[in-house]
Design a protein around this ligand. Sequence first.
Ligand SMILES: [Fe+2]
Length: 379
Amino acid sequence: MPDASPTKWHLAHTSWFFETFVLEGTPLDPSFEYLFNSYYEAVGPRHPRAARGLLTRPSLDEVRRYRQRIDECVLQQIEGGVRDDLRARIVLGLHHEQQHQELILTDIKHLLGGHPAWPAYRKSPAPASGRAPALGWIARPGGIVEIGAAVPGANGEPFAFDNECPRHQALLQPHALASRLVTCGEYRAFMNDGGYRRPELWLSDGWAEISATRQDRPLYWRDDTLFTLDGGRALIDAEPVVHVNYYEADAYARWAGARLPTEAEWEAAAAAVPVGAHDNLADSEAFHPRPVADAAARGVSQLHGDAWEWTASAYLPYPGYRPAAGALGEYNGKFMSNQMVLRGGSCATPRDHIRSSYRNFFPAGTRWQFSGIRLARDA
Ligand SMILES: [Fe+2]
């Protein structure tokens, strides 16, 4: 699958990032610059993304030795005292590696999920099935809100990617957000109501896609069974639906008489809810979204973890956004066309990687990430 990469490639690429942007010396192996550059035009030509699966060399052992050598060099730099600009690049390299930790899981899932026997990545006991609490609507006020992150470093501000900056004002209309994510049971009702056969529910691009691919269910669904990183098992109605693309999320919302939240609506709600120890992020090692734990929970739940939430917002620069100079300016800025923003992190996102201002982004047809649905509606 062109979007997914082998684990070995992720391991080498994340060290290549430190070698290229922090060490800046003669490469340990010049061929690695070509093999493990992901998309940095300013660094030079590279191996095509869709052909990463064909890289039988270097071996995993060689990649591990490369990682160890780069780690040693970066540690030497840190111990010798680093300039502020290099310190910022080391921090960026750590956050970059966390992004690839998530991709390692979703890419392994895609590979194993393509095997007809649905082999397990690891085997843990099947979760209990239960009932999801009824979906509630939480009224949210209109008005001017501040979203986005302050530029990091300037006044001791914590790390944020450049695409989260600068902090700025946004205008909200009064609206309501759903109290939890859409469940598999609810999504099944949409399917059973002819959701995939009713063009009036779909954006034109989405209808063209499901017509061409005969897509009629989320990725990893097979009748009443579901592929997870624990292998195949029965679908659980109370669990959040995941592996839907933007078109599916949008069509479901239209069927439900609702819409998707904008990223400003989402962030204004999430900013008041810190990432919690019980949020289902990668550290909990469930590696699958869980039903809402507390049926009596008030407010907007499941904001952080479980599933990335498709928003109705196109991935665009914030007012005043300026990408970094040089090759690192390619990290986020050059992707600001034809992609939609997702918020909140998933069951595969490291806990200390996510925050309320975090902007993930994917093309509308993408669904191999843990992407789910939160509804919103106008007041
Ligand atoms: Fe990368």
